[in-house]
Design a binder for this molecule. Structure first.
Ligand code: SF4
Length: 189
């Protein structure tokens, strides 16, 4: 089975998931979207109101900002894959609870396994703590490459944080430039 078919089959399964209480409070499972053979994958926190309504990740205000970041980095959205740590919207956009993150982890791990990206960008603290180090602090650790299972992982601020604090735009751009050097120019880390 090719990656597209494998991912589609897994998505259909996750759409039926009820492994944690988040599913009871949301409209639908937001699995993720993009290129099943992406070299670059971005992982956020969880769906917000717009994402829950449309069933797509990063389509609200933070998503529009992410689109601009992707364009600036010359990573067109159809070329990458975008997902979240949890696939169901936490009520009132609260942070996902540890038991919810644990329950949904298997889905994120399987997505990463199927897509097999060379680079992952963690958008915000939760993705960074989930994929790199539970004790990570985004303000301290952003911009530093991590290496896991043969992949390079770059933590940076979540686009929603940039909307609240535009001063974070410069450090995010610095982090994106590091990713560009590897993605476009095969820079060795
Ligand atoms: Fe399943 Fe994840 Fe949704 Fe919880 S958040 S119900 S684990 S898909």
């Amino acid at each position: 089975m090719n990656r597209r078919a494998e991912l589609a089959e897994y998505e259909a399964m996750v759409k039926e998931c009820r492994a944690c209480p988040l599913r009871d409070g949301c409209r639908q499972v937001v699995f993720g979207e993009g290129n099943p053979e992406a070299r670059l994958m971005l992982v956020g926190e969880g769906p917000g109101a717009e994402e829950d309504r449309l069933g797509r990740p990063f389509v609200g205000a933070a998503g529009q900002l992410l689109d601009r970041i992707l364009i600036a980095g010359k990573f067109p959205r159809p070329e990458v894959y975008i997902a979240n740590v949890v696939k169901c919207r936490p009520p009132g956009n609260r942070l996902p609870l540890p038991n919810e993150v644990r329950a949904c982890r298997v889905h994120l791990d399987r997505q990463i396994e199927i897509i097999n990206p060379q680079i992952i960008i963690c958008l915000g603290a939760l993705a960074t703590q989930t994929l790199i180090d539970p004790n990570a602090r985004i303000t301290r650790d952003r911009g530093k490459w991590a290496r896991k299972d043969g992949r390079l992982i770059m933590p940076t601020f979540h686009p929603a944080a940039l909307l609240r604090d535009p001063a974070k735009k410069r450090p995010v751009w610095e982090d994106i430039q590091k990713v560009m050097a590897v993605y476009h120019d095969n820079a060795v880390i």
